[in-house]
Design a protein around this ligand. Structure first.
Ligand SMILES: Cc1ncc(COP(=O)(O)O)c(C=O)c1O
Length: 370
């Protein structure tokens, strides 16, 4: 870039490696003072990491090629053979499989409990190396009492990792509430447009240094273009999320007064079992709404197929609203008994609210239920 010129938008360093004018800079790179290779570090990805660390009110962050890259690295940073992981029931399915199948192959055992401080306290043993929770669960949107869980983990000297993807980066800052690390699938609200895959782990410098070292060994670094798209997403995230959360509340309230809807799950509704916790640990109730329709499986399939505006698609945090049917989609590997235990009925539908007009979303849901 010619001297005196500065790009207003963040530049993309779409490169695998970096070049040096002379041995002086090359030797500095060898000492780790200058960029070498994008699997280790890249300026576009660093810019995103700094922005997210600021957002999380913490010291550092490390970007991964997906949310699962971030979660697996956070867990592997602390897990070790003979060690034990405590996590909660009803986790995101791939995280559940990582803990219960993959870590187990390497001699890391686990206990999955209800997401309460008391249950987590009871599950921690001297071998426990890490506690991992989701601060809002999928699809019933149960809200963890993060303050109480963080207090337990601190008292027991066990690192707490919080996947706050459903809470959105604006709805909760887990580190401020006492977690050691915060994790997001940046694929969701940070990217915001359903066109990238990224993950991020945030926390104190000392811990992120360990996570970053693991990323280098695993090779889970992000592509600079995806990091650039996420930087662009961050510029509008506050506007998007503010609207999504406001619309989610409007839709949830409207669904409570819609024929054919038997139950609505939204964290700040007085009917939600965790609304008092939500008022304490979240800013707003997030932008996910789940609801049960009359008629069980047939009722859910009918509503799903009749949607006109809301897309029938996986994921969340997109500018467009998305619907899934957990019993036949994200949770179809569970037995009927397990699904019943987790409260996932055949008539349950999950909505990720986008930035469309809230009244249009309510109209679409009402016509699909009509
Ligand atoms: C709560 C939660 N955490 C993590 C992930 C994984 O993120 P990614 O798909 O970016 O790997 C997801 C994906 O849906 C999720 O819902």
């Amino acid at each position: 870039m010619p001297a005196g010129i500065k790009a207003h938008a963040p530049p993309i360093y779409q490169t695998s490696g970096f070049e040096y004018p002379s041995h002086v800079e090359a030797e500095a790179a060898g000492r780790g003072e200058v960029y070498i290779y994008s699997r280790d570090a890249n300026p576009t990805e660093d810019r995103l990491a700094h922005a997210i660390a600021e957002l999380e009110m913490t010291e550092d962050a490390c970007i991964f090629s997906s949310g699962m890259g971030a979660i697996s690295a956070a867990l592997l940073t602390y897990a070790q053979a003979g060690g034990h992981v405590v996590s909660t029931e009803g986790l995101y399915g791939v995280t559940h499989a990582f803990i219960t199948e993959h870590l187990l192959r390497f001699g890391v055992t686990h206990t999955l409990v209800a997401g309460t401080a008391q249950a987590i306290d009871g599950a921690i043993t001297p071998a426990t190396r890490v506690v991992h929770i989701e601060s809002i669960t999928n699809p019933l949107l149960r809200v963890a009492d993060l303050d109480a869980i963080a207090a337990v983990c601190r008292a027991r000297g066990v690192p707490l990792v919080v996947d706050a993807t459903f809470a959105t980066p604006l709805g909760q800052r887990p580190i401020e509430r006492g977690a050691l690390l915060s994790v997001h699938s940046a694929t969701k609200y940070i990217g915001g447009h359903g066109d990238l895959l990224l993950g991020v782990v945030s926390g104190p410098k000392s811990e992120i240094a360990k996570v970053r070292k693991l990323r280098k060994l695993q090779g889970g670094s992000a592509d600079p273009f995806a990091a650039w798209l996420a930087l662009r997403g961050l510029r509008t995230m506050a506007l998007r999320v503010e609207r999504q959360v406001a619309s989610a509340l409007t839709v949830a309230r409207a669904l409570e007064h819609t024929d054919g809807v038997e139950r609505v799950f939204y964290p700040t509704l007085p009917s939600h079992p965790d609304h008092e916790i939500a008022a304490r640990v979240l800013d707003g109730g997030g932008a996910m709404v789940s609801f049960e329709v009359a008629g069980g499986l047939d009722g859910a399939r009918r509503c799903y197929d009749r949607l006109r505006l809301i897309a029938r698609a996986a994921s969340l945090g997109d500018v467009t609203s998305l619907m899934t049917h957990p019993a036949t989609f994200s949770h179809n590997k569970l037995s009927d008994i397990e699904r019943r235990r987790f409260g996932i009925s055949d008539g349950l539908l999950r909505l990720s609210i986008g930035i469309e007009d809230a009244a249009d979303l309510v109209d679409d849901l009402r016509q699909s239920l009509g």
